[in-house]
Each structure stands twice: as structure tokens, then as C-alpha cells.
Design a protein around this ligand. Structure first.
Ligand code: FAD
Length: 478
């Protein structure tokens, strides 16, 4: 037995039978040979809240595969990077060459393979998975017998491997295109409605925005690629302001008022009085992309669920989330007529009543736009239209009241809005809701069966949510 493994959110704890950190491909293949009749899962930085990394048998940590090799060709620059390289180390190596990634999320602590395997995204671009040009994956060859590394660079295999939840095997390294380093211009302003926010997007395609709980108004963080190469003189001051006021100050306030004092009045005071005074709409700042697009969101432990809705349903979905959270904190009676009717049609009114008055939402709800991905099952795959990711975060423990409301939102939004959940975040949906939502799922399963006929790379989470045959069933089929 090895030591227990605990994820970032501390909502997942398990003890794999063996924990490996191979340093060479030969060592990795030996691990696979040894566990070919068992189970093998990979852990990246452990930043997922879903049960994606869980293994009762072998858990592989690829941290020693951190190489970064930059290539420059006629078609532009690309980088081949070891699976266990942290995004922050990759960004630093690229920046030293005047390059960066086509897309980054809010933090850079994740490993590259971990980030792409769950469809990690920022705002205004595709998820990072979409851009993956090729991968090298360690798995079992024909018939699932001998361990070997295979290259994946096209077709359904590539589209599956770009966001594969560890189901195809162990990613050894992967190649991504790079873009020249660029600057981002940012300003923040309050808005009353989603329509007002979206009207600003044309001039700020990398925009993300927040629904502020208890104020129930919006803040748009308007971001655009800057034409020039210059950085604002006030950029260092702006970074310090973000660090002290938002990354630390806001979070200390949330922790203190919501988690320690548990005071709805103080949470309301935070969002109605203090936060508005901390935002300066006239402050327009330009800085390097990998500084501007990220924040120190990992400083305070929390748990997140993220719901994706098609762009065409955004306004209704935003209103729905607001009304449900208001019902949950007891500040609202009935939901609007149309929502009430839809919930009644789906037989969900009783479920709403069960969460009424049980939970006070205490963290800004972030909305990010993710372009349609060319993958089989990342959250914005399989459609032409873009998707909006709506993030629900809690800093309060015990988390049961949040779980109740989040579970209700996930289930009802799957039915009402065709919503999908981020694979790496808290994941309360089952196979039925997932099957409905992903047109590429059958093809994904076929690729899994081909790469891993014995089901060695499956755990209960992927078996359950992706509807894959459990390992024992796979063995019968071989
Ligand atoms: C504070 C915080 C902020 C976040 N911000 C964002 C954000 O802005 N946008 C966003 O989309 N997500 C965000 N996330 C979620 C995070 O990006 C994903 O959960 C990501 O998958 C975590 O990467 P990881 O390296 O920790 O991988 P893990 O959580 O360790 O693993 C994730 C999955 O990848 C698989 N995996 C890892 N390495 C390999 C490999 N070598 N081969 C095969 N499979 C592998 C694992 O088996 C598992 O299925 C955030 C998470 C946290 C904690």
C-alpha cells in the first residue's frame, strides 16, 4: 500500500495500491506490464474535483516527464512538452522565446496532460485540448497484450485523445502550436444585464464576466488583444492591486464572512458595498497575456462545479441560475413563470422545494465563452456554436448544502438547457444525462475500446459517466 492521495479540493481521498513516478519510457512501460491485469490511472497536479484520478491499483505520476522542446517551422512555432510539465513552467519557457500558448485557464498550476485531459479552458478561445496537434500515449498494443508507446496525430483517435480523461492510456508527451507572445488590454465595469455585458464583447473578445451574488448585478472583465507591444506603466501596480484586493482581500472576506462567521448579512455587505468600491471602471491596463489572463485562484481551498450551456441559451441560463440561487437562500418565492412551467414539465418542482432556504451563495459566478472544440467529448465539442461556462464555487465547509443546490442546478440545467459539466470539476451527473449531451460519445467509446480493450485505464468515475464497460465486462469481450 502507498500513502493516501488527496486532491486540491480535499473532496477526494484514496489510497492506490502502488504509486509510481517513472523517469523514463522504459520504466513507464514496465509499470504498465506489471499492471496489465489491474487498473492504471494517472495523476497530474491533482487539481480536479471530479473522481478522475481515483485508482485502487496503480497510480502513475508523470512529474519527471517535464521536457519542453520548441520547434520553429514554416507553419509557425510549436512545442513538444512532457505530460507532467506544469503549465506555468511551459509558459515561462515559451515566453523566453517570445512565444505563448493559444489558450490558458485561470491558473497555471496544472500539468499539461492533466489540463488537456479534462478540456481546461479560458475565455474567448477554444479549450487547450482543441489545439493539441499530436500526442504520444503509452498503452497496450494489439489485443491489449504488450505495453508500448503509440503516436496519435489525426482522425477520431486525435479528437478522442485531445480530451480523453485518461481513458486511452498514459500520455507521455504532446505537441501544441504556439503563438507569438501578445499583450492583453483589460478594464472592468458594472453592468445591469447580460445583454449589456454582451454588447461590450465585440470590442473585448476575450471578455469574461461575473454575476455578483446578493447584488445580482454583473461585472464585465473586458479583455482584448492589444494592437501594440507596449505594457502600461501601471501594469505592476495593477497586478499588485489584483493580488491584494481580489486574490487575497476578497477571498479573506469570503472565508471570514461566509465560512467562519456564517453571516448572510456580512456576505451581502461584502457584495453590495465593499466589492463595488474595489472596482475601478476607468482603469484600463495592458500587460503580457500570461500575466493578464490568470489569477492566484489556488491560494484558498475551494470546490467548484462548472456548467456549460450553448451560447444561444446564455441569457436564459444566467437568469435561471440567479433565480435558483435566490430561491436557495430564501430571498425569492416562486421562479419566473416559464422556468416554473419547465420544471413542472420535467417533474423537478419538488426537487427545487427541497433546496429552498438551505444555502447562501457567497462567491461571484464567473461566465466564460469557449469556442466550439474539434474534440469528441470536451465540453464545447460537437456543435458549431460556442458555449458559456458558468462556474459555481463554494468556500464553506461542510459542503452538503452547496452539493444539494449544485446537484439540482446540474440535473435541471441538463434537461432545460442541454447543459454539460466540466469533467475536471465537481460532477454530480450520471450516464443518462451525459449520453444525451454528447453526440461524439459513441465514437469516443469506440476509440477507448480500440486503445484499451481490457479496460485497464478505466476507474469507476469514467466507467459511470462515459457509460464505458467496466473492466470485468471489457475482459469478457476480449
Ligand atoms: C484553483 C483551480 C483553478 C482552475 N481553473 C480552471 C480554469 O480556469 N479553466 C478550466 O477549464 N479548469 C480549471 N481548473 C480545473 C483544472 O484545470 C482541471 O481539473 C485539470 O484537469 C487539472 O489538471 P491536473 O494536472 O491537476 O490534472 P489531474 O486533476 O491530476 O487529472 C485530471 C485528469 O487528467 C488525467 N491525466 C493527467 N495526466 C495524464 C497523463 N499523463 N496521461 C493521461 N491522463 C492524464 C487524469 O487521469 C485525470 O483524468 C481549475 C482547478 C483549480 C483547482
Amino acid at each position: 500500500m502507498s500513502r493516501p492521495v488527496v486532491n486540491f479540493g480535499r473532496n477526494l481521498r484514496f489510497t492506490p495500491r502502488r504509486l509510481y513516478a517513472p523517469g523514463t519510457e522504459r520504466e513507464l512501460l514496465d509499470v504498465l506490464e506489471r499492471h496489465r491485469d489491474g487498473q492504471v490511472r494517472v495523476v497530474g497536479a491533482g487539481h480536479s474535483w471530479s473522481r478522475a484520478i481515483e485508482s485502487g491499483d496503480a497510480l502513475v505520476d508523470m512529474r519527471r516527464f517535464g521536457h519542453v522542446r520548441i520547434h520553429r517551422g514554416e507553419g509557425g512555432a510549436s512545442v513538444t512538452v512532457g505530460a507532467g510539465c506544469r503549465i506555468k513552467h511551459l509558459l515561462a519557457a515559451l515566453n523566453a522565446q517570445g512565444l505563448t500558448l493559444p489558450s490558458v485557464g485561470l491558473i497555471t498550476e496544472q500539468t499539461v496532460a492533466g489540463a488537456i485531459s479534462t478540456g481546461t479552458h479560458g475565455s474567448g478561445r477554444h479549450s487547450l485540448s482543441h489545439y493539441v496537434a499530436s500526442l504520444r500515449i503509452a498503452g497496450y498494443g494489439e489485443g491489449g497484450e504488450r505495453a508500448e508507446v503509440r503516436e496519435v496525430s489525426g482522425g477520431a483517435e486525435l479528437r478522442a485523445a485531445r480530451c480523453g480523461l485518461g481513458c486511452l492510456g498514459v500520455i507521455v508527451d504532446l505537441t501544441l502550436p504556439c503563438v507569438p507572445q501578445y499583450r492583453v488590454r483589460e478594464s472592468s465595469m458594472p453592468c445591469d444585464t447580460v445583454e449589456e455585458v454582451l454588447a461590450l464583447r465585440e470590442r473585448a473578445p476575450l471578455q469574461q464576466f461575473y454575476l455578483i451574488p446578493q447584488l445580482w448585478g454583473y461585472y464585465a472583465q473586458n479583455r482584448a488583444v492589444s494592437d501594440g507591444a507596449g505594457t502600461s506603466l501601471s501594469a505592476p501596480l495593477y497586478r499588485l492591486y489584483w493580488l491584494l484586493n481580489i486574490d487575497v482581500g476578497l477571498h479573506v472576506g469570503v472565508k471570514l464572512f461566509a465560512a467562519v462567521l456564517r453571516s448572510p448579512r456580512l456576505v451581502r455587505f461584502l457584495y453590495r458595498r465593499i466589492l463595488p468600491a474595489m472596482i475601478f471602471p476607468r482603469w484600463v491596463v495592458t500587460d503580457r497575456s500570461d500575466r493578464m489572463l490568470v489569477m492566484e485562484h489556488e491560494l484558498f481551498r475551494h470546490l467548484e462545479m462548472e456548467v456549460f450551456v450553448p451560447e444561444s441559451r446564455l441569457a436564459a441560463a444566467a437568469e435561471y441560475v440567479k433565480e435558483v440561487l435566490q430561491a436557495a437562500d430564501g430571498s425569492r418565492g416562486e421562479l419566473s413563470g416559464a422556468f416554473r412551467r419547465d420544471l413542472a414539465d420535467e417533474g423537478l418542482l419538488g426537487a427545487l422545494e427541497r433546496v429552498r432556504g438551505t444555502y447562501l451563495h457567497h462567491y461571484p459566478i464567473c461566465f466564460r465563452r469557449v469556442l466550439a472544440d474539434d474534440t469528441l467529448i470536451s465540453m464545447s465539442a460537437g456543435t458549431d456554436e460556442a458555449w458559456y461556462a458558468i462556474s459555481l464555487i463554494t468556500y464553506v465547509e461542510p459542503r452538503e448544502p452547496f452539493y444539494g443546490v449544485a446537484r439540482f442546478l446540474a440535473a435541471s440545467m441538463a434537461r432545460l438547457f442541454g447543459a454539460r459539466l466540466h469533467w475536471g470539476k465537481w460532477f454530480p451527473l450520471g450516464a443518462a444525462e451525459v449520453r444525451e449531451a454528447y453526440p461524439g460519445l459513441d465514437e469516443f467509446r469506440e476509440v477507448c475500446a480500440q486503445f484499451d480493450p481490457r479496460g485497464v485505464f478505466r476507474n469507476a468515475y469514467v466507467t459511470e459517466v462515459l457509460g464505458l464497460p467496466a473492466p470485468a465486462e471489457s475482459l469478457e469481450a476480449v
